[in-house]
Every structure is written in structure tokens, then in C-alpha cells.
Design a protein around this ligand. Sequence first.
Ligand code: LLP
Length: 427
Amino acid sequence: SSTVTRDKGGELTVGGLEVSRLAEEFGTPAYFLDETDFRARCRAWADAFGRDADVFYAGKAFLSRAVVRWLHEEGLNLDVCSGTELATALDAGMPAERIAFHGNNKSEAEIRRAVEAGVGRIVLDSFQEIVRVAHIAQELGTVQKAFIRVTVGVEAHTHEFIATAHEDQKFGIALAGGQAAEAVRRALKLDGIELIGIHSHIGSQIFDMAGFEVSARRVVQLLAEVRDEHGVELPEIDLGGGLGIAYTSEDDPREPHEIAKALSEIVTRECDAAGLRAPRISVEPGRAIVGPTAFTLYEVGTIKPLEGLRTYVSVDGGMSDNIRTALYDAEYSVSLVSRTSDAEPMLVRVVGKHCESGDIVVRDAFLPADLAPGDLIAVPATGAYCRSMASNYNHALRPPVVAVRDGSARVIVRRETEEDLLRLDVG
Ligand code: LLP
């Protein structure tokens, strides 16, 4: 990870702070997030896309008040997908017009809250929602700017993408069978909505630009159809998030400027061919901004060598702070960070303390053979979809997020306490 370095004494440091001191002060398990790196990544995205495009950070990857303030200060916009994410964003001072509201099943209350707040865009996800949003906006005496989310028949995962003719999933409205064109037809007729664009999100942890290109091409084709049928040129397109990051040394992710270049070239080419004005482009990176900025620090507990197999190394957290390995077979790396060791590497599996054999944090890794209880190990690239998907399984108390910057560290999300947990238990 770009956030962690080894100083001359062999001690790991992050943001100029010794990891073992962080453990002493904040305890384990804990997520440590490099604020400087986070801000640099925001700027890299903003610079790559320039003034003719908008970058919306996908809050589902990790959201807190501090994160919202950083985004605001760095000039990014924010994508939220629940009323509570919206509340967090507004509470921390993100201007409503810079917020996009997503979701396949937004409640009436959530929609009302978003429209009342004046969010910049609502991404409409179904025929029912087109009507629902229009009615609520009309009731509130306003016109809501909206996108329609379409599914373009592309599924992308890491190194490959699959173009599929039909869609069998819950998001968006299919381009296939004229569904999306029908959705546009209906939206254009409704007074409560100003349809400003088409949205497409094709997947996550993607390295291959080809899927984004197919998606962009199909979205522009829909813009051309809309122009032909209605004489309206929708001014914007949103091509979603999904750019992958390096979890292990085998991953070779693309940079923001590479995706920016690929998208703007394909959109320009397709628009020229169709005689359309090039729309303003939005993107919604989550993982690529926050993922690499944080690592999880664990303390090693029980060590169990299994003859001829591997050594199981148990840590003081697990699937409650990182569900991704169990859920997606995600790969992570791990390193010993509290001391240096010249011992031979041994094959390990880093597991949690939960009552479940699938409770794996790092499936296959090497750690020094002299590893001992009390050692500290770090798992990098846990900034995205780890704290935000954390659970209280086995009544685990969710770990804190500590922001590190210029040699100082401060808690931005505090560690859950027994009291927090028991307060909800009102039986
Ligand atoms: N925009 C939309 C509409 C999305 O649904 C998502 C992610 C994003 C943007 C941000 O995607 P990103 O740039 O972070 O890949 N929990 C899974 C990932 C689920 C992503 C869901 N949608 C994981 O841990 O890999």
C-alpha cells in the first residue's frame, strides 16, 4: 500500500507515526486511514476529469462526517444510496446540489427528504420510481433533476467483461427490448422531473477498460435515439464507478487519467458519429478513492500449525470488520508490522475470532515462522467496503477509524462499546 512505509529501524510507519504506538493509543483491531492519501486521490480524479466532468465519490465504500468534509474541500461531489447516507452528507455540510441519490428501492420518506433538501440529482431506478419521484416533487412544488439508470447488458469483473443480451438482476431499466427508451418517454412527460441524463454502472473492481467503453457507447446510442424521437439532447451521462485497486501485488490497476481518457475518447467518437453534442460526463468512484488509503491493524492471538497444510493465525477481529474475503473470495495481503524478523516465511491463513470456519481475513499468505501471540499484523487496502460493511456478529464491537495526517492521528469514527450495543437491546 502507498500509505505504509518502513522507517530506518524497520518499524512500520504511517503518516509519520509508528504503527506500534498507534496500536497502544487506539487499540486493535482498528482501521487507520491516511487523510493525505485520500485527499491526493480526490485531486487525481478531479484533475483527470477536468472541468467538463463531475466526480461523485460513492459513499457506500466508506462514509463519515470527516470524509464528507474532505470531499467538500477537495471539490468532489457525493453519491449516497440511503436516507441515512444523505443525512450524514448534509449534516457534515455537503451542499445538497452536489449530492446524487441512488438506490433500487428508495422509500417515499427518503425521496421526500432528498427532494426537500434539494439534491442535485436523483437516479431513477424503475418505472414506479419515475412516477413516485415526479409526484413527490410536484407535491412539494418543485422540479427534481433526474437521471435514469439503465442496464446496458455488460457485466464487468476485474480482468474481463461479459456482454449479455438480457439482464437478470435488480438494478436499473434494461436498454434491451426498448425498456429504457420507454422510461425516457414517460419521464419526459412528467412535470415533476427534469430528465438531465442517463446513468450506467457495470460492476466493481474492474481493470479492463473495454467494459466501460461498451457501456459508454450504448448510453450514447440511447441519447441519439432520444434525440431522434423527442428532439431532445439530454445534456449528461453518468458512467458509474467500478475502477479496481491493487489488493495484492498481482493486481495492476488503471489510473484515473487512463479511465478519463478512455471514456472521453469513446464518448467524443460516438457523439461525433451520431451528430450529438458531447454530454457532460460524471463518474462515481468509491473503492479507487478510499480503498488504498486505509489498513486494518490486528493483534495476533492463537497460532495453530496444521502439519502438512498451513498455520492458522487468529486475530482479534475477522469477518465482522472485513466480510469481503468470506463474501467475495477477495484477496488481501498481510505483513508483520510490530517488529522485523529474519525468520523463514511460513504459509499462513489469517482468520478471525468468529464462530464460523469461513471467517477468513487473508486466505493464503506468508508470515515469518517466529510469529508469536501479541505481534501486530496489518492488512492493507481495507479502506473500501470494510468498515462500511462491518457487523456486530457474535456481538463484535465495530472497530474505530483513525485518520492519520502530518504525524498526528485522530479518531474519526470511534470504537463501538458494550454500552453502545446494549443500549439498542431494550427487551
Ligand atoms: N455507483 C454505483 C451506482 C454503484 O452501485 C457503485 C457500487 C459505485 C458507484 C461505486 O463502485 P466502486 O467504484 O466502489 O467499485 N461491496 C462490494 C462492492 C459493491 C459495489 C456496489 N456498488 C465489494 O466490497 O467489493
